[in-house]
Design a protein around this ligand. Structure first.
Ligand code: ADP
Length: 249
């Protein structure tokens, strides 16, 4: 089977297509091990997302807020096509993620989604430049072009002079800026960040956010956060509680 990205035929194919769309999404997790129960149906579940509907346009900077356990990370994983819903649909750039095989979702992420994690997730053995260039290897970009593009991105996040440093030689804020550069190296339509300022002091968190905002033009940016500063700066704040959207403004 060819793992091409199948476009959602029900959506118009013009600029009005939402970058991200959730329709009545439900995601449940098993609570405890299946081996403790005689049948799969008996395994208790926790409903992390309960009928969530949401549409996010290109150019929107959206904060997903809510207390711990409200479903923020679960929603972000679904929007990044790292996971699929149990019910309802998630469309990323017009593609229903559940219509894809696992390889198809990998291709969708590679081509469409940049992801930033709280703990940076950089490879310690590679330089900042090597980390940023990494997603371009899968895309078949030549070594020279990868290097040039990685340096360009590092310059955009103010780290042009740190290109050859390894993550262990960089501060937390610098590592997170490398992670942002890596997430943006393929110019994705969607940038998803899970608590990107959670590990950083306030001042450094502000600077990291400056770079997220500066590079947000032309893409949808979705940030799950507890950080009031992120919430204050977002165009729109979606608040979750117990897996439900309780406000969206
Ligand atoms: P948040 O990011 O807002 O803290 P999460 O999306 O991590 O919320 O979690 C939502 C709910 O789902 C919580 O009750 C959490 O315990 C549960 N949950 C999250 N991930 C798992 C998992 N892998 N297995 C079981 N329960 C999970």
């Amino acid at each position: 089977m060819v793992d091409s990205v199948v476009r959602d035929q029900s959506l118009p194919k013009d600029d009005s297509v939402a970058a991200l769309q959730c329709r009545t999404v439900v995601r449940e997790y098993a609570r405890g091990s299946a081996s403790m129960f005689s049948s799969k149906a008996d395994v208790p579940t926790v409903r992390a997302l309960d009928e969530v509907s949401l549409s996010i346009s290109t150019d929107e900077f959206v904060a997903i807020a809510g207390p711990s356990g409200s479903g923020k990370s679960t929603l972000l994983h679904l929007l990044a096509a790292l996971d699929t819903p149990d019910r309802g649909t998630i469309s990323v750039a017009g593609t229903d993620t559940a219509s894809l095989s696992s390889r198809g979702r990998t291709a969708l992420r590679r081509d469409t989604v940049g992801i930033v994690f709280q703990h940076f997730h950089l490879l310690p053995s590679l330089s900042a430049r090597g980390n940023v260039a990494l997603p371009l290897i899968e895309r078949g970009v030549s070594k020279r072009a990868r290097r040039d593009r990685a340096v360009e991105l590092l310059e955009q996040v103010g780290l042009g002079d740190r290109a050859t440093h390894k993550p262990g030689e960089l501060s937390g804020g610098e590592q997170q800026r490398v992670a942002i550069a890596r997430a943006l190296v393929s110019d994705p339509a969607v940038l998803v960040a899970d608590e990107p300022t959670g590990e950083l002091d306030t001042e450094t968190g502000h600077r990291v956010l400056d770079y997220v905002e500066e590079t947000a033009d032309g893409r949808a940016v979705v940030v799950a956060t507890h950080d009031q500063h992120v919430i204050d700066r977002a165009d729109r704040v979606v608040r979750l509680r117990d897996g439900r959207v309780v406000s969206d403004a």
